[in-house]
Design a protein around this ligand. Structure first.
Ligand SMILES: [Zn+2]
Length: 180
């Protein structure tokens, strides 16, 4: 199961799949994740366990970003101002991993979160127009206002969600799945 990387009710400033014209140049059918508009320096948490890979694209792309991968799922948290974990470190769900910022190609402070489902380390849904990134907006909303460490009652939902297969644009066809 996964947590929202930000506690409380973070504002979603760009939803999954939005602005297809902007993302065509990156080879995506639209925005490949969820953007949370939070002030610079907001503590950001690991959505799930995994091994950390820290990358810094400088003023390009995702800027200072962290990838967390446990062979079953992979999260990318981008545009950070600080990353408090080391490359190769094991991180655990709910661990603070750094602080939000506006590094890389970013119009303002926010956290970008991409989420991919893996099977035996292999990214699934690779041909979905988002290089395998899937929309976890609905799932994330389950977690808003929830204590980051209370997960038990959501286990079934999470398993159901994680076992779903995602057809290309499946989520874009259902406006009810989008916020704003
Ligand atoms: Zn984004």
């Amino acid at each position: 199961m996964i947590f929202c990387p930000l506690p409380g009710t973070p504002l979603i400033t760009q939803g999954f799949g939005q602005n297809p014209e902007l993302y065509a140049s990156f080879g995506f059918a639209g925005h490949d994740g969820i953007d949370f508009g939070v002030p610079e320096g907001t503590v950001t948490y690991a959505p799930h366990d995994g091994k950390a890979t820290v990358k810094d694209d400088g003023t390009n792309g995702y800027g200072l970003h962290l990838v967390i991968d446990d062979g079953k799922r992979r999260s990318l948290l981008a545009h950070l101002s600080e990353c408090s974990v080391q490359n190769g470190q094991s991180v655990y769900q709910g661990d603070p991993i750094g602080k939000s910022g506006k590094s890389g190609n970013s119009s303002g402070p926010h956290v970008h979160w991409s989420y991919k489902i893996l099977k035996n380390g292999v990214v699934q849904n690779q041909d979905n127009g988002y290089a395998g990134a899937v929309d976890v907006t609905e799932f994330t909303r389950l977690w808003l206002d929830k204590d980051l460490h209370h997960d038990a009652e959501y286990t079934e939902d999470a398993e159901q969600y994680l076992s779903m297969t995602f057809a290309a644009n499946q989520y874009l066809q259902n406006p009810a799945r989008h916020i704003g």
